[in-house]
Write a protein that binds this ligand. Sequence first.
Ligand code: SF4
Length: 244
Amino acid sequence: MVYRELLSVGEETVISPTWRIDLGGCSLRCLFCSEWAQVVQPHAAPALRFSADWFLPHLYQRNKQGARTISFVGGDPTVSLVAVLEVLAQVPDDAWLPVVWHCNGWLSDEARALLAPVVETWAVDVKFGNPQCAQRLAGVDGLKNDREVTRTLEFARSRGLLLRHLALPGHLACCTRPVVAKLRRDYPEIPLNLRSHYLPLGPARTASLARVPELKRLLSDVEMAELVSLGADATASKRQLEAK
Ligand code: SF4
């Protein structure tokens, strides 16, 4: 199911402008999710069935408007894998644009293999700095999540990889710092997009957030300053590597 599409200039410069297609459903249930309604009820309005009849006319239109890539976003697009592969198989060669897969990294080996021939760039959002936060914030087996995300990063590294991390209030020490340190150590050549735009939407408005009260607020000024500093350090170390 597709619930939104737009020509986006707000993604990384190497993929923008991109035709962004937001698909319903997700493999995780993060309490900080801003797309919660579409994650838990992918068939609810305004969602439409994702099909070639919907996709091809939009593709021609967005192509004419300057789209350089197609971005499958979510939710997480992996739960729509079969529909996406069926639709992409019907795209004429002269209308094809490079495909970017925006995901949380929780994929099976089979899904990675099926996507390999069609996905040019993997934009992977590395969310948690430790298994406990993965369990508490997303109700997911933290160790398994860590293993699967690492497997996706290793798989995508030689193909085309963009790294992302959304900083959460109260989670700079336990999540953001370790994630940035790990990504800079293990993937120093890959661009890292540190995101500061967290808003307490979705489950943040419900009682479920009583379990995670820190997610009810924005990043504080102190947290924002630390994030800027972490981003500057990460950029400086990448530039040093490129200069060698
Ligand atoms: S992985 Fe992303 S889309 Fe899925 S529930 Fe978590 S924040 Fe929402």
